[in-house]
Design a protein around this ligand. Sequence first.
Ligand SMILES: [Zn+2]
Length: 312
Amino acid sequence: MNTAFYSHPACRGHDMGDGHPECPQRLDAISDHLRATGLDLFIDHRDAPEATPEQLGRAHAANYVGQLVERLGAVQAGGRPQALDPDTVAAPGTLAAALRAAGAAVAATDDVIAGRAANAFCAVRPPGHHATRDETMGFCFFNNVAVAARHALDVHGLSRVAIVDFDVHHGNGTEDIVAGDERILMVSFFQHPLYPYCGAVPKGTNMVNLPLDPYTRGAAVREAITQQWLPALEAFRPQMIFISAGFDAHREDDLGQMALVEDDYAWITKQLVAVAERHAGGRIVSCLEGGYSLSALARSVAAHLRVLADVA
Ligand SMILES: [Zn+2]
């Protein structure tokens, strides 16, 4: 069975302005590199549908979904960008991109649970893990991974899912949404201190937060994962794993100061695939979060995908 690769041209249409690191070219860099390496031939390309308000409302407050869709719709109609918070700018193409990004995660979840894909990667933007239950934040509008995890629980009736976040920034939005929901185990590491300057003290007993010092290298990250993530995941026995796959902990990425390389992302992915094979029938849905050095991003996504798709 194949690895599904969800994306949509609309995800390129979200543009926060010249020189912004969270840029449409991130998706081009990924797709170019997959073609150049031939990895493209081993993955099953699928078009992301738009998420519905009902799906988004499983992770977000209903009035947040309604008001944000309305506001993004007004920006789309008005044709001019508008800052929603100090870090997050809505552009005319943002509504379609944000709905497709969350919709990719939901459709990938449906496919993997139905057996139409072994696992899936969503090459989407905007990212999602800073979006809280009722606030945009840090380039994020809807929390794609949290929406998908709740879809697996509430619609498909799974009883335990894990969320794994290896972005260099703490996934505070996901934590805000899932802390205290004992059906979800969230494990993460992140550089600390770094934006959004929280996470050192977890908000719930279902969180394993690993704050790491700047300049932490792969060997120390692997050790921390072995000591902290893997025993928690084994004990929890998730029926499905969702990954907030940010690649900005790469040593070439200027938005963080950690020092991971492609091999580290491959190693992390292998550990998660092994957990998923033991407990979850291999079910993994991974969604792009950060990663701003275009070349390092593309190479790291390829390393991640090579493991997911079991391509030597
Ligand atoms: Zn990040």
